[in-house]
Design a protein. Structure first.
Length: 343
């Protein structure tokens, strides 16, 4: 099983300078590269200080000049916000600039907050259908002279320019949860990225079962990556503190997802301590039980179970609202004390 880093800038309070946050992001990415991780993934989000990532291609092109070995992935492009020709061209350009290191993850998007601002009237179903029309067109556009008449997009014969460095273009990854999404990805030869969010082993096993069901014994099985929050603690007390931080993170994640609270200057209305404490679904004890939180040995044992299930890659989701120092310490322990067990 390979290991990657999944990271964004995240701004919790208005007194945090964006320049400092970006440098902290770069520091983590440098650690991942120097520490032998396989890839760095960063996504696309708009108008949200909670996750700052308006165009992952810009970040990845910058990282290409600051790293040596890691693959550089979009985790993920929100497909309905992109015309297929534009996405194919910008992905190819990023692949050219990064020297053929691009991995292209795409998804339908998750936040109605973003839908109502960038594409009013769009809902999750429609977004998913747009993604399913866009994704298969990318390789055709990279190959060249692709004409298309579809439900959402129509264009005459077009060739993406420039052409990607990688043969047949960058590997394409699709975020999947339900069986139909897995089947769509596998049938099109796309790799699959799944996240159980705050849920535990039952969900992780279920996601793998859906993937295996879609593969149905085929010889050209694509890859599957598990994206999950992780924290390698220096002590039991440190692990418990991390569980508290992830509980708070997911309470805010839920608030953004529900899109019910006011947002000012890109920051959502502060949750009260009572709101956080009463959210049993996101309780610290559930975070501790369901996420990859613990000592190096505990995290290693958990990841061995994921490897045994058949996951090809584990992506260490480091966004958490924790300080830069705690993030770096956790990632250092992961690189030094967990990854060698899988060498």
């Amino acid at each position: 099983m390979k290991f990657s880093l999944f990271a964004h800038m995240e701004r919790i309070t208005p007194d945090q300078p964006h320049e400092v946050l970006y440098q902290e992001f770069l520091d983590l990415c440098h650690m991942a590269d120097e520490g032998g991780m396989h890839a760095i993934w960063t996504g696309e989000h708009h108008g949200m200080e909670f996750t700052i990532a308006p165009n992952p291609f810009i970040s990845l092109v910058d990282l290409a000049n600051r790293t040596k070995n890691v693959r550089l992935g979009t985790g993920t492009i929100v497909a309905p916000f992109w015309h297929p020709i534009k996405l194919a061209g910008e992905a190819a350009m990023a692949d050219l600039i990064t020297g053929g290191r691009l991995e292209l993850g795409i998804a339908r998007g998750a936040y109605s907050y973003e839908y109502e601002r960038l594409s009013p009237g769009l809902d999750a179903w429609d977004a998913g259908q747009r993604m399913r029309e866009t994704a298969p067109l990318l390789r055709q556009l990279w190959s060249g002279d692709c004409a298309h008449e579809g439900i959402y997009y129509n264009f005459p014969s077009t060739t993406a320019s420039p052409k990607p460095v990688q043969k047949d273009g960058p590997p394409i990854w699709v975020a999947a949860r339900d069986p139909n999404s897995h089947q769509f990805a596998v049938d099109n030869g796309f790799n699959v990225q799944v996240t159980p969010l705050w849920q535990g082993m039952d969900e992780i096993e279920s996601l793998m079962d859906k993937f295996n069901g879609a593969c149905n014994g085929r010889n050209d099985r694509p890859k599957i990556m598990l994206l999950q929050h992780a924290y390698v603690a220096g002590s039991r007390a440190d692990a418990e503190e991390a569980a508290q931080a992830f509980s708070r993170f997911y309470c805010y994640f839920g608030a953004w997802f529900k899109n019910e609270k006011p947002v000012r200057q890109g920051l959502i209305e502060t949750l009260s301590e009572e709101e956080i404490a009463s959210n049993e679904m996101m309780a610290p004890a559930k975070m501790r039980a369901n996420l990859a939180i613990g000592t190096a040995q505990e995290v290693t044992d958990r990841l061995k179970r994921y490897e045994d299930l058949g996951y090809d890659e584990f992506s260490f989701w480091i966004d958490s609202g924790m300080s830069a120092e705690r993030k770096r310490a956790s990632l250092a322990r992961f690189i030094d004390d967990v990854m060698p067990a899988f060498a």
